[in-house]
Ligand binder design. Structure first.
Ligand SMILES: Nc1ncnc2c1ncn2[C@@H]1O[C@H](COP(=O)(O)OP(=O)(O)OP(=O)(O)O)[C@@H](O)[C@H]1O
Ligand SMILES: [Mg+2]
Length: 378
């Protein structure tokens, strides 16, 4: 006689290929009934439009349908609540951490990946100034330019001509740039055109090298400037650094809906939690005090609400930001009292509140680390 327990056992054979766990352990099974030979299975997907929907549905039908006493299988698909979604993500992250390969980045380093749903919104400018704002609070900060062939960080920090070198262990030593530990493809090749040669190299391989072969040392925060797009690099980063979390940069335009969906999907596929949203290129105030909303308004707040995360800061349009980017003179350093620099400094403080450095953390995190440490020594 087949029982609901048997059905649950069979469902352990249905794996969500993206989350890397079976639907039972991930808590996606919300109900199992068997009456008159009809099995009814309730499955909650992470998001309703999950691309894996058909596959999961088919697998459930096959596995359960193969049991004795089951004549037909009805699958009822639902969507997880925000809370359930966070829980499933942390389970998946835990698994990813268990399976992660060792990197040179300290497991307690806070990794902040600066991402966006589209290009040109100011990810690199925000990364540089955010890293400096964190360093200004006394933290040791690494800055990884993960835009492997579209790198712009070396120019923004004015270190175009410098090159990375290896230490006696054969590990790459990050370049000290304006108090940050910097690694970028731009510090390996002679000019931006030559970077095109790196196209042949798999992007995720280059990223892997930056994480495994770089002697980052003790850094409290590692800020990662992500390339535009929502693909391979995000996946590789979360595979290599399961502690990575995302800050999403967006413009104030109210076309946030589509961008939000893309970002949420990226977060889900890479298991990266979203810390919050930074709105960039918000209004411009002329020297005479006139205010212009060049790129609309409210988009940052809207995206933050949509994702259920805080709006970390709203950075105004600022000519010094452009100038600084071109001349290696970041606005946080050169015009610290300008509205853009102050907004970036505030963003740095907010990040520290939202993802505090390891020492200030809760007991749970300490216990987690203790357990991991004990495991490491056997
Ligand atoms: N707040 C701002 N005020 C004025 N200009 C800005 C601001 N933020 C960024 N910019 C300018 O916008 C341009 C694009 O910025 P940036 O390169 O940082 O974007 P990105 O998202 O990293 O782009 P990509 O997707 O190509 O990597 C740059 O010229 C930069 O100087
Ligand atoms: Mg960029």
């Amino acid at each position: 006689m087949t029982t609901t327990n048997d059905i649950e056992q069979a469902l352990r054979g249905v794996v969500d290929p993206e989350l890397g766990g079976d639907v039972v352990e991930l808590g996606m099974v919300k109900g199992i009934e068997l009456a008159d030979g009809i099995a009814t299975i309730k499955v909650a997907l992470t998001i309703a439009g999950c691309p894996m929907r058909t596959q999961i549905e088919g697998d459930v039908k096959r596995k359960v349908g193969a049991l004795p006493d089951v004549d037909s299988v009805a699958v009822e698909m639902g969507e997880m609540t925000q809370e359930e979604r966070s829980e499933v993500m942390s389970k998946a992250r835990f698994k990813a951490r268990e399976d992660a390969e060792p990197t040179m980045v300290d497991p307690v380093t806070r990794v902040v990946a600066v991402s966006s749903g589209k290009g040109g919104v100011g990810k690199s400018s925000v990364s540089v100034n955010l890293a400096l704002a964190l360093a200004d609070q006394g933290f040791s900060v690494g800055l990884l330019d993960a835009d492997i062939w579209g790198f712009s960080i070396p120019r923004m920090l004015g270190v175009g001509a410098d090159r990375l070198e290896a230490n006696e262990d054969g590990k790459i030593v990050p370049l000290e740039a304006q108090g940050l530990k910097l690694v970028s493809t731009g510090l390996l090749v002679d000019d931006e055109d030559k970077a095109l040669m790196w196209r042949g190299l798999m992007l995720s391989k280059a990223l892997e090298q930056f994480l495994k072969d770089v002697a980052w040392g003790q850094v409290d925060y590692l800020v990662v400037d992500m390339p535009p797009g929502t693909g391979d690099i995000q996946m590789a980063l979360s595979r290599l650094l399961p502690q990575a979390e995302m800050v999403v940069v967006t413009t104030p335009q109210k076309a946030a809906q589509k961008v939000a969906a893309r970002v949420a999907d990226m977060a889900r596929r890479s298991f990266m939690p979203v810390i919050g949203v930074i709105e960039n290129m918000a209004g411009f105030t002329s020297p005479s005090g006139e205010h212009f909303k060049l790129f609309g308004e409210g988009g940052g707040r809207e995206l933050a609400n949509e994702l259920g995360v805080p709006l970390i800061a709203s950075i105004p349009l600022d000519p010094y930001m452009v100038e600084g980017g071109d001349d290696g003179a970041p606005v946080v350093r050169t015009h610290p009292t300008s509205p853009a620099a102050q907004a970036m400094t505030e963003a740095g403080k907010r990040i520290v509140e939202l993802v505090p450095p390891a020492e200030d953390e809760t007991c749970t995190a300490r216990i987690d680390r203790l357990v991991e440490g004990l495991k490491a020594i056997g």
